[in-house]
Every structure is written in C-alpha cells, then in structure tokens.
Design a protein around this ligand. Structure first.
Ligand code: CO
Length: 143
C-alpha cells in the first residue's frame, strides 16, 4: 500500500545557487543547513529550513541537462514537491502495477544518501513529484 509519511521538501530551480541561498536567507531568514553537489545528477543544491519544512534550491551544473533545459524554457521557480515514503521499492512496484506514469522505473541516488524516484507530472495534476526514501544522514530530520 502507498506509504507517504510527509512532505520531504519543496524544490525550486535556480540559475545561481549562491545568489538564491543569499536571497532566501537574507530576505526571509531561512536557515541554510546543507549544500551538496551531486555530479551524477548534474546539480548543486542547498537545503534551507522554514521550521521543519525543507526548501531545496537546485542549480543545474550545465545548461544541457534536464534541469538546465527546464530553466531555459520556463525560467526559475517552483520545480517539484517531494514526499517521504517508507519503502521506495515497494511503492514503485505498486505504482508500476497500477500504470502510473513514472520518470524513474528504479530508484536513483538523492541527497544525503537518500534514494529517490520521480513521477511524471501528468500522474499528479501537472505537478512533478519526487518520492524520497531517506538515507541514514537525514532520516532524523524527516521522520
Ligand atoms: Co527534490
């Protein structure tokens, strides 16, 4: 059975991560907790917090990447919602079985040792949604 346990983060696509971190920190006081580069996904990201809610700012490492092309088409802004799930393999198997349109048929590596998979926007009323099975390092923050 689908096992969504909470909102993991809200993701915002940005052209310049350092600049965006300054904006969210200095203009509305969000707390910066982590920054990480994930070469295999071609992104740099920062996690900022509004209370317990994580806002993830994500910058593409190249313009010729899915996120780079997304920013070229639509500009910066809200990119996806991510939900925490208990068992990503089980959830993906269930979604595949039900014919839900998926971007990722199998999990890939996310930030902080997590495992992630994206659903296609048409699966959930036009919103790109990521499912996250937290890794050791961030299970406490999102449990
Ligand atoms: Co995300």
């Amino acid at each position: 059975m689908a096992d969504v346990r909470g909102l993991n983060h809200v993701s915002i696509a940005v052209r310049d991560l350092d600049r965006a971190v300054e904006l969210y920190r200095d203009r509305i006081g969000l707390e910066v907790r982590e920054q990480e580069e994930i070469a295999e996904r071609g992104v740099r990201l920062a996690k900022l917090y509004a209370g317990e809610v994580c806002i993830e700012l994500v910058q593409p490492l190249s313009e010729d990447s899915p996120l780079g092309r997304s920013i070229a088409r639509r500009g910066e802004g809200l990119h996806h919602l991510a939900f925490t799930v208990g068992n990503l393999d089980a959830m993906l198997a269930e979604l595949r079985e039900r014919g839900v349109p998926l971007v990722d048929e199998t999990p890939k590596r996310g930030a902080g040792g997590s495992r992630i998979a994206f659903l296609r926007p048409e699966a959930l009323a036009g919103v790109l949604v990521e499912l996250v099975e937290p890794g050791e390092s961030d299970s406490a923050a999102h449990s």
